[in-house]
Every structure is written in C-alpha cells, then in structure tokens.
Design a protein around this ligand. Structure first.
Ligand code: PLP
Length: 342
C-alpha cells in the first residue's frame, strides 16, 4: 500500500524539473567563493528577505546557531518561546557550542509579545546574565504553523530594540507565513537582525538552509560556518534544487494551506478531538479528551495508509506539502474518519 506521508514537509523528494535544474547547475568551489549557483541562491534569498546578504548552510539548525553566535556571547542570555525549535530541537547547541543560555517564555500560539519582552528586561545587576537578543519562530512549528501578523512582529521587535536587544527570526517556514498572509517574505523579515530559512521544508528542496543578515554579519558567519565544518565545495548541485524551489514553489504553498484547513475542519467534526487553529500547512490534533495515546493512534492511522507524527503523548501532527494532492488528502480524511469517527 502506498502511504500518504503527512509526518513532515521535510519528506518531499525533488521533482523531475528540480532534478534537471540540479543536474545542469554550473558549480565551482564555494569555499573559494566560486560556485555561481550558490552565489545566485544567496543573492536571491537576501533580496527576498529584505536583508543585505545571505549564506547557504547545510541545515536550519546551523543557520540558527550561527545567528545566536552573531548576536550573543558566552554568558549572555537569549529570550525564546518555550516550544521553539531553538529551545527544544537543536541538541543543546546554544550552550554546547557558544556558552549561551536560553530563557524561555510561554506565549499564546508561540508568538512572543511586547509584554513578554518587557517582563524579562533586566537592570544592570551583577547577579544577572545580560539578555541580549530575542529569537522568534515564524511560522511556529509546535503551535501548528502559527503565523505572526506583521503588527505582532513589529510590536515584539520594537520592544526588543527599546531594550537594546537584537532580534533573530527562525524563519524555517517564513515562506509559508508570507504565502498565508499574501505578503512578501521581506515584509516579515526585513526588520530582523538575522533570519534563518529552510529550503528543505515546504519549498521541497532536498537539502539546505540559509542565514540572512547584514554584509558584515554574514562575513563573520562565513568564518564560523567553516569552523563548524560547514564549508562545502561544489554544493551548487544542491543549491540548484533550493534555487528552483525558491523560484517555483513559493506561490503554490497556498494549496498546502487550503488542504491543511480541510483536514483541520474534518478533524474538528470528530467527537472530543481538539484541533489547534490551522494557519498554514501544519495541523495538530489533541486527543486528550478522548484519553487516546498519540503513539498508538499514529500506528492505527498507518494501518489505514496515513503517516502522521506523534509530537507529544496526546498530540498528532499532520503536515501538508508538495507531494500531497487532492486524492491524498481524501485518503487522509477517510483514514481519520475511520480511525476516530463516532
Ligand atoms: C526544521 C526546522 C529547523 C531546522 O531544522 P534542520 O533539520 O536543522 O534543517 C529550525 N527551525 C524550525 C522551526 C524548523 O521547523
């Protein structure tokens, strides 16, 4: 049985057209700055994000960690949301690599407000670690792809700036945020000091992420990337997939969002199943009121041909993406009705 794989938008494989672009890509040694495809990708990415420069890196984790290293020093603190990727899914890297501590706050829908920022601003006191930056996540994965509105970003950024703090945006899915709001990515990211993005999530490229910022910061990030072992040679072959995705797969994301909304609505009709508000391509169902276990339930779904991800003991996540068409969605709707109906 072929499976409808809704575990993540990272499972997509390169399309035939993307593979052709990769096969035909001009390449060179990027550590010498001589890979034309990587340079094109970095320039287009910076432009789209309203930043001066960008750096191609192997993963979103590396992009986020480079950002932390640029904005904070050993012994400093960075404010994050408690369910964020930086807080939970980067192997303790902020502490392990840079000696940075993370101070986490719980924010509705994962969106840190000016009040959260102000509440954590500290005076100068020899007891306290300096809080130097705020890192936000847009869209927010564990809050079901929650999308920050432009005014929410502005309020959070302004509050940080008033207190002399820098701002990082983990924009692994900022492409989805822009598509959901019908705005340019730059409208959301231009005012951040650093922005990380992924090409390998909803955009559908096989590998790659980027960090965007000022020219001076990106020059420093280039050095740090090499130190971490992230200097790659003829990586234009993978950057070509990312460039193709950037040019051809951003606009279609609204289709993923529409399918996610349909799945969310279907789940909401089922008895005692709670669904987090669906704002982009991620649907999270909460099975607590049914007393069901997410691991067991995702196994039952898989027997119906649908793969989903148990993100906590009572929550299951479904992510729509490039490889999920209308027929796949129908199979998913039938599967959840059959497993959890009545
Ligand atoms: C996927 C993801 C990342 C980076 O993940 P990698 O697997 O290291 O590429 C960072 N932030 C968020 C919100 C993500 O979803």
């Amino acid at each position: 049985m072929s499976m409808v794989d809704l575990r993540s938008d990272t499972v997509t494989r390169p399309t035939p057209a993307m593979r052709r672009a990769m096969a035909d890509a001009p390449v060179g040694d990027d550590v010498y700055g001589e890979d034309p495809t990587i340079r094109a990708l970095e320039e287009e990415t910076a432009e789209l994000l309203g930043q001066e420069a960008a750096l191609f890196v192997p993963s979103g984790t590396m992009a986020n960690q480079l950002a932390l290293a640029l904005l904070a020093q050993s012994g400093n603190e960075v404010l994050v949301e408690k369910d964020s990727h930086i807080m939970n899914f980067e192997g303790g890297a902020a502490a392990a690599l840079w000696g940075i501590t993370l101070r986490s706050v719980s924010a509705p829908r994962g969106r840190i407000t000016a009040l959260h920022v102000h509440a954590h601003v500290k005076g100068v006191d020899e007891h306290l670690a300096p809080l130097v930056a705020v890192a936000i996540e847009n869209t927010h994965n564990r809050h079901a792809g929650s999308v920050w509105k432009a005014e929410e970003l502005a309020a959070c950024f302004d509050a940080a700036r008033q207190s002399g703090m820098a701002v990082h945006m983990d924009g692994a899915r900022v492409w989805n945020a822009a598509a959901a709001l019908g705005v340019t990515p730059a409208a959301l990211s231009a005012h951040a000091d650093t922005v990380s993005v992924c090409y390998s999530k909803g955009l559908g490229a096989p590998v790659g992420s980027a960090l965007a910022s000022s020219r001076a910061r990106i020059a420093k990030a280039r050095f740090l990337r090499k130190r971490l072992g992230g200097g790659m040679r003829q990586a234009g072959i993978i950057a070509a997939g990312a460039l193709y995705a950037l040019r051809h797969h951003r606009e279609r994301m609204v289709e993923d969002h529409a399918r996610a909304a349909r799945l969310g609505a279907c789940l909401r009709e089922l008895r005692d199943i709670d669904v987090l508000p669906v704002e982009s391509n991620i649907v999270i169902a909460d099975l607590s009121r049914r007393g069901l276990n997410a691991v067991e339930e995702s196994k039952r779904l898989s027997l119906e041909g649908v793969l989903a991800h148990d993100v906590s003991p009572a929550r299951i996540r479904f992510v729509t993406h490039l490889e999920i068409g209308d027929a796949d969605l129908e199979r998913a709707l039938n599967a959840v009705r059959s497993v959890w109906g009545t």
